[in-house]
Design a protein around this ligand. Structure first.
Ligand SMILES: [Cu+2]
Length: 524
């Protein structure tokens, strides 16, 4: 591509000028941005400014009006216009077959999830800037990790505002602290949830969506759970980006990537990860291409974040467990377990990109009938398999120091005909679990389906499997004496989005079915 000399000069001037706000005090060498191509450096990038958390952003009536005006302007344009709100929402996903090669492009369930969305949010920001003719406008983010900010900001709930969307199921989100700790204590980028990957598993270049088993921890939580809690348009990838709150959610997801990197030592993958490119329509209709390697430093993209501290404690504040008191003889298996130490990660230094493969089956559901879950908690009995006792970790004491094996709970063959509207909390050996059980010691994890039912957005060949690492939950149950290997149960609890921090059972829920639930170990 031929680059006009004047354009190169403008770009170099912009990156070399001391007028940059919040710029790194020691800017990189100018040649670090060569080769310059019009495609990789959009002309809008002249100044580095912070993206602010919404509660700060909204203290400026001017900024709030700019956001609202820019969204209104884009919404006023027809879908055929590449600068319209509808066109930009369709880039993420469409109902039915796509009629434009630039639509239906969202990357989910693999390592490019957060990188693709970084480019997507950045280019939408450029569209908003163009709509109000202000290159210094930066998107705010919705800081729901702050416990005081779990409700959709009021400006997005005012029915007369362009930021309002009527098709939302809820206005509040919630998290189990153990899930957020898992996300932020991931020590490596690459890998799926059970392998301890922050960003997801590897897939070949050009992959749009992968099987849910390749999802990384941050995509699962907080990303997916926020989509499902809000629901409505936000609950389905084919419609999610139509809701203005989508962009503040994804701005925060983008920030969380930065938070994780900055609070490491954590690094982004090298090699094939960095050479992938994503192309979007630019503000003048010309395509703009972003290469992953050129997006690691957000300052080169024109923004920073006003807050990059770790908002979630990743290490246990509980002192190391005292020597275990002897189990009182005759203590009933249903006795209240002792408060468990906070979940801490058994660090998994392995740098393998492969998802951990469940191998030996330790327990499974004896009844082959698929399990149907609707609005009520569903408890499923699991039977320990006839595995030699010395090999069966359900019968042995689990010593983290002696084995690297993990115990995995898999829910296989999950199906639904409409996107489930709720989160499903999963508990191990807590048969009376209900929507209030929250982060109990028996809490395993959450099913959060942010994908269309036909597999269109989850190329899973009809086999949707969710796997949770229950090594720690099992160890905690054994220590608490609340455990009988011949009496195991998994309870699945559908929950509504929180209201003032409290979840309840949903009144109605679309059915999901699960072909089988089993407990397996990994190889070492
Ligand atoms: Cu999303």
């Amino acid at each position: 591509m031929k680059i006009p000399t004047s354009f190169v000069a403008v770009v170099l001037f912009a990156f070399g000028t001391p007028l940059l706000l919040h710029a790194d005090p020691t800017p990189g060498p100018v040649n670090s941005i060569t080769p310059v191509t019009a495609a990789t450096i959009p002309p809008a990038l002249v100044t580095v400014l912070p993206r602010e958390r919404f509660q700060v952003f909204a203290t400026s009536a001017t900024k709030l009006k700019k956001l609202s005006d820019a969204v209104a302007k884009m919404k006023s344009r027809p879908v055929s216009d590449k600068t319209s709100w509808a066109y930009w929402a369709n880039i993420h996903g469409v109902m039915g077959a796509s009629t434009d090669p630039q639509w239906d492009q969202c990357r989910h369930a693999h390592w490019w999830f957060v990188a693709w969305h970084r480019a997507y949010v950045l280019e939408l920001e450029h569209q908003l800037q163009a709509a109000i003719n202000d290159k210094n406008f930066r998107l705010p983010y919705w800081d729901y990790l702050d416990a005081g900010q779990r409700k959709i900001p009021a400006a997005f709930r005012k029915t007369t505002s362009p930021l309002f969307e009527a098709d939302r199921d809820a206005n509040e989100v919630g998290f189990e602290m153990s899930d957020l700790k898992k996300t932020f204590s991931a020590t490596k980028y690459t890998g799926n949830m059970i392998a301890g990957g922050f960003g997801g598993s590897t897939v070949p270049s050009g992959t749009v969506n992968a099987a849910s088993s390749k999802r990384g921890r941050m995509e699962q939580n907080p990303h997916n759970t926020v989509h499902v809690d809000i629901g409505g348009l936000m609950g389905d990838p084919r419609t999610a980006a139509q809701d203005p709150i989508f962009w503040l959610h994804h701005c925060n997801i983008d920030r969380i990537w930065e938070v994780w990197i900055k609070n490491g030592p954590h690094t982004n993958p090298a090699g094939a990860f960095t050479t992938e490119t994503f192309t979007f329509p630019g503000v003048n209709g010309q395509p703009v291409t972003h290469k992953v390697a050129d997006m690691f430093d957000t300052k080169k993209l024109g923004y920073t974040y006003d807050r990059l501290n770790l908002q979630v404690p990743v290490t246990s504040s509980t002192p190391p467990p005292a020597p275990q008191p002897k189990q009182r003889p005759g203590s009933s298996p249903g006795a209240t377990p002792e408060p468990s130490p906070s979940v801490t990660e058994s660090a998994s230094p392995s740098e393998t990109d492969e998802p951990l493969q469940p191998r030996t089956t330790l327990a499974t559901v004896p009844d082959p009938t698929p399990i149907a879950v609707t609005a009520k908690p569903q408890t499923v009995k699991i039977k320990t398999a006839p595995v030699a006792p010395e090999q069966n970790m359900l019968r042995k004491d689990l010593d983290h120091k002696k084995t690297k094996k993990k115990v995995l709970l898999t829910l296989e063959g999950i199906e639904f005909t409409e996107p489930p509207k709720h989160l499903y909390k999963v508990y191990f050996n807590l048969p009376n679990a209900d929507a209030k059980a929250g982060d109990a010691p028996q809490y395993v994890g959450t099913l959060a389906f942010f994908e269309s039912p036909d597999g269109h957005h989850a190329h899973n060949d009809g086999d949707r499997t969710e796997t949770f690492d229950i090594t720690d939950v099992l160890a905690t149950a054994k220590k608490a004496g609340n455990y009988d290997p011949d009496n195991l149960a998994v309870t699945i609890v559908p929950v509504s989005a929180p209201k003032d921090g409290k979840r309840a059972a949903p009144e109605k829920a679309k059915e999901i079915t699960i072909k089988n639930i089993s407990i397996k170990t990994t190889d070492e």
